[in-house]
Design a protein around this ligand. Structure first.
Ligand code: NAD
Ligand code: MG
Length: 396
């Protein structure tokens, strides 16, 4: 048996997954890839298997699994290929695994991430949607299993770094006044409001500072990403929505801040590169090289801050409302947003209709309490049906 940390990367073919594999490959003396999962881009998954030689790979269907298995065998690799959600949960909870990197996008990540939590793994969380959907049950499972949950969403990782180690008993107890959650404002921060109806998916995905998957890129443009992050922060740090203020900071150099009652404000700074929070969480409480260039403050030169404009970013208001309502409201918001973003990317709706759709569907549904996972999935399914019906009436 080796002392190498065995790591499962859920969503290995995505933007966060690839950044994680980049950091892991820099430290072969510490980390070994146990399993890689991918939903599409299977040629890339095959190449990743060749590079990292995992024990397992997971793909969406048994048919694809057979093809990949044959391809792997043909080149002499003994990686076993599993299929579907069962396969994802198996490689998340496998007894040989130490750490699970949860970087599947959207609600699809919930069950495998929870499987890792329930098995008591160290879980590095990128998949914010999982926490937004089922925060109470998720955090309950973390406490129950003793799993170590570390945020790699850059803002939450920054907040974690700016908090003292013993914040778990409440923010007030460690003198925190509020959390300042920074946002870049995305590609449409200064676009005339009247032009927003005409923006394309390509424009929405062209983020000024970060290179990310398409769904989170659209969420960043609409600032739904910040809304989801507000909800994520409430669960991770046991905060109330009103303790979290969103600050637009276009340079994306400060990744978030914590404001203390004595007037101190602690910030974490760095180049906008996910390898920093990933390396931080992988090695925590130690520090390792991430491959990220040192921050050059003379090039950055200035840091700007603005309050977000609710007229420009209605999704942020909708998310804050859902956070305040609680119960099933965040899961509904998340599900309708996923359908809306996919419809926008497919050019079935215009960009401003993402917010209209969420507003109309969300405000028509009563909230229910979410004390079982079945309820979470029922709420998610219901919201998707309502969103599809909305699309049937209003989409192209
Ligand atoms: P991405 O689209 O680049 O990658 C998503 C990954 O999930 C891919 O490996 C894909 O194959 C897999 N996947 C997609 N649908 C799936 C399904 N139905 N079942 C199983 N696997 C599926 O996305 P990303 O930008 O890497 O983001 C991943 C997660 O991390 C998201 O929740 C996002 O909000 C979060 N996040 C991303 C960044 C970033 O910089 N990209 C930063 C912070 C948080
Ligand atoms: Mg983020």
């Amino acid at each position: 048996m080796s002392n190498l940390q065995q790591i499962t990367v859920l969503g290995a073919t995505g933007s966060v997954g690839l950044s994680t594999l980049d950091v892991i490959a820099r430290h072969p003396e510490r980390y070994q890839v146990f399993a890689l999962t991918g939903f599409s881009r299977l040629t890339e998954l095959l190449a990743l298997c060749v590079r990292h030689k995992p024990q397992f790979a997971v793909v969406p269907t048994t048919e694809i699994a057979r093809t990949l298995q044959a391809d792997l065998q043909a080149i002499g690799l003994d990686t076993r290929v599993l299929a579907g959600e069962g396969g994802l949960c198996e490689v998340s909870a496998h007894p040989q695994v130490d750490t699970v990197l949860a970087a599947i996008v959207g609600a699809a990540g919930l069950r495998p991430t929870l499987a890792a939590v329930e098995a008591g793994k160290k879980v590095l969380l990128a998949n914010k949607e999982a926490l937004v959907m089922s925060g109470a049950l998720f955090m309950q499972a973390v406490r129950h299993s003793g799993s170590v949950l570390l945020p790699i969403d850059s803002e939450h990782n920054a907040i974690f770094q700016c908090l003292p180690g013993h914040y778990a008993n409440g923010l007030a107890g460690v003198g925190v006044r509020r959390i300042l959650l920074t946002a870049s404002g995305g590609p449409f921060r200064e676009t005339p409001l009247s032009d927003l109806a005409g923006v394309s998916p390509e424009q929405a995905c062209a983020h000024p500072n970060w290179s990310m998957g398409r769904k989170i890129s659209v969420d960043s443009a609409s600032m739904m990403n910040k809304g989801l992050e507000l909800i994520e922060a409430c669960w991770l740090f046991d905060a109330r929505p009103e303790q979290i203020e969103v600050v637009i900071h276009p340079q994306s150099v400060i990744h978030s801040m914590v404001d203390y009652v004595d007037g101190s404000v602690l910030a974490q700074l760095g180049n906008p590169d996910m390898r920093t929070p990933i390396a931080h969480a992988l090695a925590w409480p130690e520090r390792i090289d991430s491959g990220v260039a040192p921050l050059d403050l003379f090039t950055v030169a200035r840091l700007d801050f603005h309050a977000p404009d609710e007229l420009r970013f209605p999704c942020l208001r909708l998310a804050r409302q859902a956070a305040e309502t609680g119960d099933s409201a965040p899961a509904m918001l998340n599900a309708v947003n996923e359908v809306a973003v996919a419809a926008f990317l497919d050019r079935r709706i215009r960009y401003p209709e993402i917010a209209s759709m969420i507003d109309e569907v969300l405000n028509r549904e009563p909230v229910v309490s979410m004390d079982e996972l079945d309820v979470v999935f029922a709420v998610d399914a219901k919201a998707r049906t309502l969103a599809e019906q909305w699309l049937g009436r209003n989409g192209r």
